[in-house]
Design a protein around this ligand. Structure first.
Ligand code: HAM
Length: 497
């Protein structure tokens, strides 16, 4: 008997159901409109990429790469016949040996072990029978023939890869791109933190690193947040220097941290060697007074970085952008240089960062492309929408406009025809496929949140009129088809449906 079981969404993933999905569409559509008004254009990227793209861009020692990526082998397997004859075993053994010799099997230590084990097992099958055969099959399956791929944990690396792959540096001016879609990180799920989460992001790449670009990107972000009613936000900015000044600062920080090592927790103690900047991210209450006394990067920027940061602040002032400087904002991804920023929002508890971003001059070069400057951000859609919902200022989204309440078989053809015409005008229309009692029909219209019920009885068909009832106040009108279409069309424009 087959087991009956209920499937559930995987831990850390979730379904976005109506009516919330309408809010998500509106949020993403508003981002498109705002970003396009700043000259950004849509880029659609693959959901998975070569693992090494992320390791190289984000940094092999970061939490994202070291602990959180969904990585899998793009498996190609040696085909194994069923049932397996001794001739098949010899054929596979020879094919594996040949593929190994010519480098068609990735030369990893694990693969080398399996190739040897497989050959040995094939030699023993005659003598040992089933155990050797099982061992042989096991090794065939374990051979990792394919590329290592990863579900994208973020999209900046993919944008940089696409920029290089399509020679976008030859395009005039800055290349300004935006994207939206799911990202994947194997984090511990909690409110505002998921394993499949969504981002809306924007990236500007090109030859210039003028602070005006940084400021315009921030202006665009805040204009967008205002448009979607995300107003209880704080923008934090920092500069983390460049490859000239940051290593010296990191060394100084390391020295200072070593002096206070005994007073730090185990994570921070470990980070003194691996990545001292990440100690600044610590939220442990006991470490706060110690961190406050550490040297600050703003006092150790080189002249160019210092000037860039000062000009960025002037530019923000020029645009009336309110921000807080936060010297501890180092961000968790390795590609950043100079400007870094984050926006926090109300109503989210500990996962309150709704957006993170910064400059990544040199990332394109690191991936084999031409010297290129870049800056961008990604908004966490899940968190931004949570914060909008918690704030209670939800937009009025159009929803269902008309419920066609038809009665009597003779009115059905007229109901089908008018439903199609109203839908062609862009209205959302519900047409019950079976006749319903009048009261039940209006009750359903109400429950579905329709703004109007269009009542069509057999008498109306004979007289060529329709009765339109506004459900909010029960106001009723008798209209000809033309008047009806005109009336609802103007209502649609008014409601933005
Ligand atoms: P990030 O700070 O790693 O930056 O992520 C950006 C935003 O994505 C976060 O502020 C947060 O709102 C959201 N987010 C991250 N992880 C999760 C999660 N597990 N669950 C829910 N939301 C999450 C980046 O991804 C960079 N690529 C941003 C960037 C673009 N920098 C330059 N250009």
């Amino acid at each position: 008997m087959t087991e009956k079981r209920q499937f559930r969404a995987i831990k850390g993933t979730r379904d976005i159901l109506p009516p919330d999905s309408a809010l998500w569409n509106w949020f993403e559509q508003t981002a498109r409109e705002v970003f396009e008004s700043y000259g950004f254009r849509d880029i659609r990227l693959p959901i998975f990429e070569e693992t090494s793209l992320f390791a190289r861009s984000i940094g092999a020692d970061t939490d994202v790469v070291a602990k959180e990526m969904y990585t899998f082998e793009d498996r190609e397997q040696f085909r194994v016949a069923h049932p397996l004859t001794m001739v098949d075993v010899i054929r596979i053994d020879e094919a594996v040996a040949e593929a190994w010799q010519h480098g068609r099997i990735p030369r990893t230590l694990a693969n080398e072990t399996e190739v040897l084990r497989l050959h040995e097992a094939s030699q023993n099958i005659d003598r040992e029978g089933t155990p050797a055969l099982l061992c042989f099959l096991d090794s065939v399956r374990n051979l990792a023939l394919g590329d290592s791929l990863t579900l994208r944990p973020e999209a900046t690396a993919s944008v940089a890869r696409a920029y290089i792959e399509h020679g976008m540096h030859t395009q005039p001016g800055n290349v300004k791109l935006y994207y939206s879609g799911p990202m994947f990180r194997r984090e511990r799920p909690q409110k505002g933190r998921y394993r499949q989460f969504y981002q809306v992001g924007a990236e500007a790449l090109g030859q210039s690193d003028a602070p005006g670009i940084d400021a315009e990107v921030l202006e665009m972000l805040l204009v967008f947040f205002k448009r979607v009613g995300l107003t209880q936000t704080t923008l934090y900015v920092n500069s983390i220097g460049c490859k000239e000044c940051r290593p010296k600062y990191v060394e100084l920080l390391r020295e200072e941290l070593r002096k206070v090592k005994d007073r730090l927790g185990p994570d921070s103690q470990r980070r003194i060697d691996t990545n001292p900047l990440r100690v600044l991210d610590s939220k442990l209450p006991d470490e706060q007074p110690i961190i406050e006394k550490l040297p600050r990067i703003s006092n150790h920027l080189c002249a160019d970085c210092g000037e860039h940061f000062a000009k960025l602040k002037d530019e923000l002032h020029l645009r009336g952008i309110v921000y807080e400087e936060n010297w501890r904002l180092v961000r968790g991804l390795d590609y950043y240089t100079r400007t870094t920023f984050e926006v926090t929002a109300a109503g989210l508890g500990s996962q309150n960062a709704v957006c993170g971003g910064g400059r990544y001059d040199g990332l394109v070069e690191l991936l084999g492309g031409p010297p290129t400057k870049g800056i961008g951000f990604a908004i966490g859609t899940d968190r931004a929408i949570l914060s909008i919902q918690e704030g209670g200022k939800l937009p009025q989204l159009p929803g269902l406009a008309v419920f066609v309440a038809w009665m009597g078989a003779k009115s059905y053809p007229a109901a089908v025809a008018i439903a199609r015409k109203l839908r062609e005008c862009g209205l959302a229309v519900e047409l019950p496929p079976e006749e319903m009692k009048f009261k039940k029909s209006l009750g359903l219209a109400d429950k579905l949140g329709a703004r109007y019920a269009l009542i069509i009885g057999e008498d109306d068909v004979a007289s060529g009129t329709f009765t339109l009832k506004r459900l909010a106040d029960a106001e009723q009108k008798k209209l000809s088809e033309n008047d009806l279409l005109e009336y609802l069309e103007s209502e649609r424009r008014g409601s933005g449906a």
